[in-house]
Design a binder for this molecule. Structure first.
Ligand code: UDX
Length: 412
């Protein structure tokens, strides 16, 4: 998020210095290497307005506006881990001057704001504090930044609001100006609402299976209603990634702290967990037992267009399958390694056909577009079993059945 934000602001003509404590990452960036896979980012890193350094002191002294983009990972109790934000505030406070603006881009709860102020107040400077939450989705982050649906800016000072709004003057989007608290909640609420849409359609999918309906058609029937919209109504193995799972839980936690019970989000979360189990159960129905079986897994990333594996449903499936003594042959066009698994049991292949060779079943976890072009006739000749569980309702069911596969999607 930090790199995309910095690169996009530089692309808009602002002078940007990106700071990280990770010397290796900064070295790679200075050598022109992009440390993450993100469509369109490589090009923007060449901007003459963009620099990378580990020298926080110099960067703070030289800047009018300082963006905090560090991670706020999920703690075991579901709350956001704020230590990186607080650490960076402490460091920034050492060099802060009157008139500078600190912008929080990291997703953090409203209750963190007084502590942030306290840390920054140590500087004795008269600064502006602003919240400018990010709405970037991975895989489309650059486009989302440069062509956003809206920009939300929250501050308790006019100066802070205007300074940050000016950064976006060449971006064609409505600017929503509000206070810090509302800006923060707007971000959490947007993610939680989208996650709710996904869990809602997944519940409908379960119903569809019982009554002979097709959730894909139901989603189309719903989505044409402009009040509903057709996006985020794809049923399947459920949501993953660095935001939805974490932000829904953090919002529940935030509610708990002030006596508001977020029952709807608790349900959203448990439905999402259930979707992963459903895929595993479908597989088991065909194989009876996983012991000694070889499963071909198509896709690893939590969604197409990214190499991000955070909270990817594939990790749950891989763990359960390996624990049940099966082995996995995996192909993902972007992800080429996974941490935390025995490489002799979870074998990453160079192409889908190799992953399918000798497999007792195929499970599709990520709807990478290239999977639609696979020659399933050829795959039929390579596999040992007949089963394809499509965790994203992505493949052409009719074609696969014609090839002789036992095909099963989610709610179709
Ligand atoms: C999300 C928000 O979209 C973005 O605005 C925010 O800034 C960060 O979190 P991201 O996590 O990158 O972005 O991915 P997104 O495209 O929103 O998908 C999240 C998860 O939901 C993925 O695992 C995806 O597979 C799943 N999903 C999405 C569905 O299962 N069905 C859908 O219909 C849509």
């Amino acid at each position: 998020m930090g790199l995309v934000t910095g690169a996009c602001f530089a692309h808009l003509g602002h002078d940007v210095k990106c700071i990280d404590t990770d010397t290796e990452k900064i070295k790679r960036l200075n050598e022109g290497e992009c440390p993450i896979y993100e469509e369109g980012l490589n090009e923007l890193l060449k901007s003459e307005h963009l620099g990378f350094s580990t020298d926080l002191e110099q960067a703070v002294k030289d800047s009018e506006i300082i963006f905090i983009c560090v991670g706020t990972p999920e703690k075991e109790d579901g709350s956001a881990d704020l230590r990186y934000v607080f650490d960076v505030c402490k460091s920034v406070a050492g060099y802060l001057k009157d008139g500078q603006t600190i912008v929080i881009k990291s997703t953090l709860p409203v209750t963190a704001v007084p502590k942030i102020k306290e840390l920054l107040d140590e500087s004795g400077a008269k600064y502006n504090l602003v919240s400018n939450p990010e709405f970037l989705a991975q895989g489309t982050a650059v486009k989302d930044f440069l062509e956003p649906d809206r920009v939300v800016i929250g501050s308790n000072t006019e100066d802070g609001l205007n300074q940050v709004a000016k950064l976006y003057e060449n971006v064609d989007a409505p600017i929503v100006k509000t206070n810090i608290e509302s800006a923060i909640i707007a971000k959490y609420a947007a993610n939680a609402f989208l996650a709710t849409k996904v869990s809602f359609i997944n519940s409908i999918a379960s119903l569809c299976e019982e009554v002979g309906a097709n959730v894909n058609d139901v989603a189309i029937g719903m989505g044409h209603d402009k009040r509903i919209g057709n996006r985020f109504l794809k049923a399947g193995i459920g949501y993953g990634g660095s935001c939805f799972p974490k932000d829904t839980k953090a919002l529940v936690k935030m509610g708990d702290e002030v006596g508001v019970s977020f029952d709807i989000l608790k349900a959203v979360d448990s439905i999402n967990t259930r979707q992963r189990e459903i895929v595993l159960e479908k597989l088991k129905n065909y194989l009876n037992d996983f012991d000694g079986k070889t499963i071909c897994m198509l896709g690893l990333a939590f969604k197409p267009g990214t190499d991000d594996m955070r909270d990817a449903p594939s990790l749950y499936l891989a763990k359960e399958l390996l624990d049940s003594n099966s082995s996995l042959q995996v192909f993902d066009p972007i992800v080429k390694s996974v941490k935390g698994f025995d490489e002799s049991k979870l074998v990453i292949k160079d192409e889908a056909y190799q992953a399918a060779k000798g497999a007792d079943a195929i499970v599709l976890v990520t709807e990478h577009p290239e999977f639609a072009d696979l020659d399933f006739g050829k795959i039929k000749g390579l596999v040992r079993g007949n089963v394809i569980i499509d965790g994203r309702n992505f493949l052409d069911a009719k074609k696969l059945k014609d090839y002789g596969f036992d095909y099963e999607g989610i709610g179709i």
